[in-house]
Each structure stands twice: as structure tokens, then as C-alpha cells.
Design a protein around this ligand. Sequence first.
Ligand code: ATP
Ligand code: MG
Length: 375
Amino acid sequence: MGQKTDAAKNDTIKNDALQNDAVISVRDLNVKFHLRGQRLHALRGISLDIHQGESLAIVGESGSGKSVFIKNFIGLLDKNGWIDSGEIWFAGQDLAKLKDEKVWRKIRGGKIAMVMQDPMTSLNPLKTIGWQIAEALKLHQGLAGEAAKNKTAELLSDVGISLPETRMKQYPHEFSGGMRQRVVIAIALACNPEILICDEPTTALDVTIQAQILQLLKDLKEKHHLTTIYITHDLGVVANVADRIAVMYAGDVIEVGTCEEIFFQPKHPYTWSLLSSLPQLAAGEEELYCISGTPPNLFQTIQGDAFAPRNPWALQVDFLYRPPYFEVSPTHKAKTWLLDPRAPKIEPPAAIRRMMELGKQPQARAGRKESADAK
Ligand SMILES: Nc1ncnc2c1ncn2[C@@H]1O[C@H](COP(=O)(O)OP(=O)(O)OP(=O)(O)O)[C@@H](O)[C@H]1O
Ligand SMILES: [Mg+2]
């Protein structure tokens, strides 16, 4: 009986995933870690669809669970962690239950590739750049010899590295930080993935190079028909590259919407705080809205809204009950009791009110997005 119900539930989720063109459908995902005899609840019931061909940014402060979340898509959760409950539907199977390492190896790289923050950790210092790309081509596309060499050169020029024939004979230490990140991207592309995940791909780089890498990723996404997921703690970085933004706090996605919705009609006080902390939004002498306090201790059970103790607008209900998603539009939802029709109407901070006003003017809107991106 219990099994039947589970099967029926899985069917519904699967149909749902197929109908809404989601490439990955995450449902009520709970991930925990064992640490020093205690349990840490890192992901607290995340549900999120990632759509075919979109560019999704996952934003949140350090420790909010961004990396843990996406590690589940490639089956690389740290050894002391486990999926306590929930589903991750991808290509007709539930990755949350997938234990077969052989199948994982096909998915990892071959279907879902990842670019990490520090390119040096993904590159082998003892092998030439060309060898490392060719190895990925051999493993994932079965290419060898001349064909692999030609494809390596093509990929290197795809990621903006000139003189690929010379460059492929060099070692990682002969490349600058930005160039190494380009090589890591070329290796990811050599796997011919459907989904490219970039975990803080530009934090180790200076601002100009950062902008170039983001532009490169944007161009490659179009050329290779990729679905891309960017992980970052900086909303400014994603303003011009993301179609949608998911905001994470304390192991949950507390607001998700199109880039425009998150920038110009944000609803969650935590999203307000993230936006207000963008230097380009500060206006002269005006009071700055910054959040005080620290994120909750994930070793302890959290009652109510995890953001309540830091939320200047917290209602009584926030300390007692966890808010569900309230739908703002078909593409926009947020977990805050402020969206409950019974909640008092409150004024967002000045910087957010200004953004909302700007959002009503299409021209200014485009300008603001550019200025946020130009950071
Ligand atoms: N192997 C682990 N063992 C115990 N706790 C872990 C482990 N990996 C992550 N965590 C905890 O899970 C939570 C989420 O961590 P995660 O690395 O996903 O954060 P993040 O949002 O990626 O942060 P950052 O922006 O700093 O990369 C944190 O509280 C972190 O301490
Ligand atoms: Mg991280």
C-alpha cells in the first residue's frame, strides 16, 4: 500500500517534470551531514525546477547550501553527507536514489559538467593543457589521435585562447588565472554536456577578467545549446547572464523568479538585503539597509522562518511557523509570511523602492541591469 502510494507520487512528479520542460526537477530535498557526533541539516526541503536551455543563477551568502545543492546533481556529496529524503528527477530517473557508480560516471561530465571556483584544483599541473582536454574527449566523445587534436584546438579557440596549437603543448602554470578558467571550461565542454554548472566561476579573478569569463559562458551557452547554472554570492554578477534567479537562505530556496522579478519586484526581506548590499544601488547619504546577525545554526532544529531573527519586518507568525511558497506570478514565488493576504502592508527599504520604481520604466530597467552587471 505504502509502496503503491510512493509509486503514484513518483509518477506525478515525473509527469510534472516532463510537462514543464524541466531538465532537473528537485522535490523536497533534505540533505544532512554527520559532523563531530552531531547532525547538520544542510538542505531543508528544496523544491526547484531547472528548465531546458535556461540560465539559472543560484544566489545566497556563504553557507546557505549552494554547493551542497548542486553536488547532488553529479553524485559527489561529501562522504559524511546523505540525502535524507526527496527526489531529483533527471532524464527519467531519480538521482536521489541512484547508487550505481557506473551510471553516475556517465552522467557526471557526460551530461552534467561542472566548472569549479579555483581552476588549479581541476587541472593536473603535470600534464599539458592539450593532454587534459584530449583525455576528456577520449572519455566522453570517444575521440583519439588527429581527431582529438583538431577538436582540442577548436575548443581552445572556442574559449578564446589564441594560438591553440602552441598553447595545447603548455602546462597550467604557464597560463594566467583567467586563461586557466577558460581551459577548465574547455574541458567541461569536451565532455559535450547538456547542463553546465559553474560554482563561483569568477570569484578568484579580477573584475575585468570576471566580466570576460561571464560573457564567454553566455556565448558558449548559445553555441552549445546548454542549460547553465551559475552559483554565486554576488547578485551583481548575474544581472546580465541569468534568465532566472533562485535565492537561497539556510538550506532552502526562499525566493525564485525571473531576473527582472528578482531585481525589480523582490518580495523576500532576505532578497532585499542582498540587493541593498549591491554598492551600485546605494544612493548618497541615504540609510543603508544591512542585515545584522548571523545565519541560523543548522545543527539545531529551526522553528518558523529561518530568517526571522535577522528580519526587521518579522511578524509573530515568523517565529512559529515556516512560511510556504506564496505565488507572486506564474514564474515568481517567495517563502515569506509578508505575502499572506492577512499580513500588514509594509514598505521595503528605500533602495528597493527605488528599484521597483525603476522597474516600471523599461529604458531605465535595461540601464540598471547593465550597471549592476558592470560592477
Ligand atoms: N562535508 C561537510 N560536512 C559537514 N557540513 C558540511 C559539509 N559540506 C558542507 N557543509 C555545511 O553545509 C552548509 C552548506 O554549505 P555549502 O558549502 O553548500 O555553502 P555555500 O552556499 O556553497 O557557501 P560558499 O558561498 O561559502 O561556497 C554549511 O553549513 C556547511 O558548513
Ligand atoms: Mg560553495
